[in-house]
Ligand binder design. Sequence first.
Ligand SMILES: Nc1ncnc2c1ncn2[C@@H]1O[C@H](COP(=O)(O)OP(=O)(O)O)[C@@H](O)[C@H]1O
Ligand SMILES: N[C@@H](CCC(=O)OP(=O)(O)O)C(=O)O
Length: 367
Amino acid sequence: MSTRVVVKIGSSSLTSVEGGLSRDAVAFYANEIAALKRAGCEVLLVTSGAVAAGFRAIGYSFRPKLLHEKQAAAAVGQALLMQSYQEAFASHGITAAQILLTRTDFGNRKRMNNAGMTIEELLKQGSIPIINENDTVSIDELKFGDNDTLSALVANLVKARQLLILTDMDGLYTGDPRKHPNAVRFEHVEEITEEIYSIAGGAGSSVGTGGMRSKIDAAKIATRGGVPVFVGKVDSTGDLQNAVSGHGRGTYFDTRLHSLSMKKQWLGFMSTPLGFLKVDPGAEKALVNGGHSLLPVGIKVVEGHFQTGDVVEVLSLEGTVLGRGIVNYDDEQLRRIQGMSSSEVIQTLDMVHRLEVIHRDEWITLK
Ligand SMILES: Nc1ncnc2c1ncn2[C@@H]1O[C@H](COP(=O)(O)OP(=O)(O)O)[C@@H](O)[C@H]1O
Ligand SMILES: N[C@@H](CCC(=O)OP(=O)(O)O)C(=O)O
């Protein structure tokens, strides 16, 4: 069986000193990926670089800061980026395919399955799927924000054997090495704890977005879905193969012993919550530590408009996200019964299908 890997290349690894797209960098990564394919791997590429490739061509002298300028630059740059990849891969006899996705594509199972089937066919034909965020339509809640999260969702979708997030830093350090020269690198991270989050900072360069923090977010999504992750640097011939075989210059994140089902992955990382519930400490404990369902009695605040069967996010009274679940009531019913005991609920509503607001089987803890 061939090894299926997802490689994510960030803007910081693709830009020249002047801030534009580096064709040499594109050619280098195409060489590395072609070598991997020759060694029997199926490779998917998630790449940033559209803004970098397009901002000069559209007429800006600097990388734009405003959202609509970035989107316009990305629209010009995406075509140039693909042209570069197409040329680079063609020299290895590999056909490049473009796939543009947004967060809502993952929130909708049909669209997600369609993306999955297209990718499978491309891989079967030996092409390389090249994926970027669809910047034209991606704003605010539609946005992944950075391609790290996108790469993790893609890795889970295609059940990759490994996700390799390539960046300008050779892994996760105990602090951002740009600010803390004595910081030490982690070779392995077994579990992504609060402490790991606290040491991961934002983007180090003017071209990257999200920094190490968004890579940790991505590693969490992928490892919970059963895909191990490498975050590090690939800048010499053979580095990518070394990274795949466990000898890369970077940090390896291990998978959780029990990975989440696709249903729970969807619930936790791909769905779009239509409402928010704030719960008291008793309900928080029951949901997060006790493995229990959420009952009306623990609900303090109901926000948003949702129907039975929609996804809602549950927060503590202080606003910490505890998790997500599929709700058994619409928002109007829930406003009437919030804080009530089960017997009060039965007296209040004409018909009660299920007493639990969220059943434990339809819940994922995110805290
Ligand atoms: N604890 C840390 N360890 C390593 N790098 C860190 C850390 N905290 C923040 N960073 C920064 O994250 C940057 C990589 O993220 P980013 O600039 O978004 O790159 P990319 O464009 O590849 O996604 C590094 O250049 C580094 O300055
Ligand atoms: N979709 C945007 C990239 C967003 C971005 O900068 O991501 P990254 O460099 O991976 O942190 C582009 O192609 O320019």
